[in-house]
Design a binder for this molecule. Structure first.
Ligand SMILES: NC(=O)c1ccc[n+]([C@@H]2O[C@H](COP(=O)([O-])OP(=O)(O)OC[C@H]3O[C@@H](n4cnc5c(N)ncnc54)[C@H](OP(=O)(O)O)[C@@H]3O)[C@@H](O)[C@H]2O)c1
Length: 299
């Protein structure tokens, strides 16, 4: 198959981390960047230079009008206003397919493009992107990317994701917020959780780097167990075993030495107890004792 023949000309509005990476890694694989536009000309010129092709426009209406496929890769708060400006200026037609890459917003924010008959969608890569560096490996390879929006947009979106070497899945438009909350919990709140564990270890006298090295096999093993057995069956430890004495001793020490974590430990414990209950093998009396320990406010 000859993948170098361009089938889709595209435009990037917002030439930052995602915009440049998209332009570089779609280019020459059946997609061709034709036009770039950003808040200022410098980042648009840089994007065109990195992609090795494309014209820089100051006016997003003209940039969008040059292509049927438009990616609005501005910060989330600018997506709606930029889309509106292009739609008002006549930059979209009924043949246009318009995407944004926000995880938190749905394609509804591209309503102005929908009104003129363009197909709209969102493509969200579940990955954290650093600024593009020339010659770097593709940050899209092997990641998962969600697609949401109108059928025509989602169909083209699958092709885009495929070309990027990523996996795609679709989510309903109304589920976009919960989907994004899941991504925040899985990534950001995992950091919060590990920060908590590292802080406890630091209190024992271990240096932070050493503390992470010690915990890492346990963290990786837990992730492997979740993958192999699911989140309910992966649960081990004192809550799953119903050992209220150990939990009471944890709380005593945390309340005394690190009270800033008292509420968090209790909240996580209460939710962990709910998972343990789902396993169905926890004595109801022990459940009550644990529930009471997690309910008490501590110091
Ligand atoms: N970075 C990530 O890890 C990541 C991951 C998944 C999804 N996303 C999503 O990808 C999108 C872009 O994020 P990013 O990280 O690439 O942002 P970024 O690096 O901050 O880049 C945003 C770009 O948009 C340009 N811009 C700002 N206002 C504009 C306007 N009114 N008109 C035209 N261009 C404008 C900026 O121009 P100047 O350079 O001229 O200032 C900048 O180049 C967001 O929707 C974000 O939620 C990001």
């Amino acid at each position: 198959m000859n993948t170098s023949k361009p089938e889709h000309n595209f435009c990037i509005i917002g030439c930052g981390r995602l915009g440049i990476s998209l332009a570089v890694f779609l280019s020459g694989r059946g997609f061709k960047p034709i036009s770039f536009c950003s808040r200022g000309p410098d980042s648009a010129k840089h994007a065109a230079a990195m992609a090795g092709t494309g014209i820089v426009y100051e006016d997003p209406v003209k940039a969008a009008a040059a292509c049927d496929l438009v990616f609005i890769t501005t910060p989330d708060t600018r997506i709606g206003p930029v889309c509106e400006k292009i739609a008002k200026g006549g930059g979209f037609t009924k043949d246009s397919v318009v995407f944004h890459l926000s995880g938190a917003l749905s394609s509804d924010v591209l309503g102005a493009a929908q009104k003129v008959g363009a197909a709209t969608g969102s493509i969200h890569p579940l990955q954290s992107f650093a600024p593009y560096e020339k010659g770097q490996a593709s940050p899209f390879l092997g990641i998962n990317i969600s697609l949401e929006g109108e059928v025509r947009a989602v169909t083209l979106g699958r092709k885009i994701v495929d070309v990027l070497g990523a996996g795609s899945f679709t989510i309903p438009t109304q589920a976009k917020t919960l989907y994004h909350a899941a991504a925040v919990v899985a990534s950001n709140y995992l950091v919060t959780l590990e920060h908590f564990a590292l802080s406890l270890l630091k209190e024992t006298g271990l240096a932070e780097g050493e503390a992470y090295t010690i915990l890492e096999p346990l963290i990786q093993g837990t992730l492997s167990n979740i993958k192999a057995r699911g989140s309910i069956n992966a649960l081990t430890g004192p809550v799953a075993r119903g050992d209220d004495g150990i939990i009471a001793s944890h709380l005593e020490d945390i309340d005394r030495k690190m009270p800033q974590f008292s509420c968090l430990y209790r909240l996580l414990g209460a939710h962990t107890l709910e998972i343990a209950k789902l396993r169905g093998d926890l004595d109801p009396k022990v459940q009550e004792k644990l529930a009471l320990l997690f309910k008490n406010t501590g110091v």
